[in-house]
Design a binder for this molecule. Structure first.
Ligand code: SAH
Length: 213
């Protein structure tokens, strides 16, 4: 599959819609305008890839709505060269957005088939996370910690303590918290022991599951 002018045209319209919905960060909008989202989806969704919708990506999982990806990316306040941990690699689309924004991306996925598929796809499309890992996101990646930023892209029933411990002081941790629906939550690590918590609207994610290995 290719990235054609008609795909690019649809992306420009999508970016306009995201702006109308309140997304403002230039770097986030630029990344969404550049990344061929249709190439992260099964070809049967090609014509729908630039609607603000979630789609199945196999193994019962979904690629998040572009608005959700944009909202979470904006909350992270990504700076060039920052080390960012993503829990829930899925299709790799969110990881591609972070790579394009200049982050050093470390990402974990617990579904083996998705991990394998996305580990091949991302470099093929020119996106190179620093590290892609198959395993349990609840544990984070202690060998690579601490991180400047952490993003969870599945619905977490609670905020995993082990992830909080892997955040640098001054760092931002974006996590949707809840079972059926999730409240988008931002934790800012103020000191080694204290976090400031901010909450945003409701979102709907596939669940963050305990590891089965
Ligand atoms: N960021 C992805 C969103 C995929 S949906 C994208 O842009 O496509 C969320 C993903 O989180 C799924 O692929 C799911 O398998 C994964 N996931 C759920 N629980 C997890 C856990 N404990 N550790 C790692 N990944 C997890």
């Amino acid at each position: 599959m290719q990235d054609l002018p008609r795909h690019q045209g649809k992306r420009r319209i999508l970016v306009e819609k995201l702006k109308e919905k309140g997304i403002q960060q230039k770097e986030v909008l630029e990344a969404i305008e550049k990344i061929p989202r249709h190439l992260f989806l099964d070809s049967s969704f090609e014509e729908h890839a630039y609607q603000d919708k979630a789609f199945p990506i196999g193994s019962g999982q979904t690629i998040s709505h572009p608005y959700t990806v944009a909202f979470q990316s904006e909350l992270l306040e990504v700076q060039q060269g920052e080390k960012i941990l993503e829990v829930g690699t899925g299709s790799g689309y969110q990881a591609a957005v972070l790579c394009l924004m200049g982050a050093k991306v470390y990402t974990i996925e617990r579904q083996l088939s998705l991990y394998k598929k996305t580990s091949k796809l991302l470099p093929k499309l020119g996106y190179r996370p620093k590290h892609m890992s198959f395993g349990d996101g609840y544990k984070g990646l202690p060998d690579y910690a601490p991180f400047d930023k952490i993003i969870v892209t599945a619905g977490a029933p609670f905020i995993p303590k082990q992830l909080m411990a892997q955040l640098k002081v001054g760092g931002r941790f974006v996590v949707p918290v809840g079972e059926e629906q999730q409240i988008m939550t931002l934790l800012i690590r103020k000191t080694a022991k204290s976090f400031e918590k901010h909450t945003f609207g409701e979102f709907r994610f596939v669940p963050m599951l305990e590891n089965k290995n």
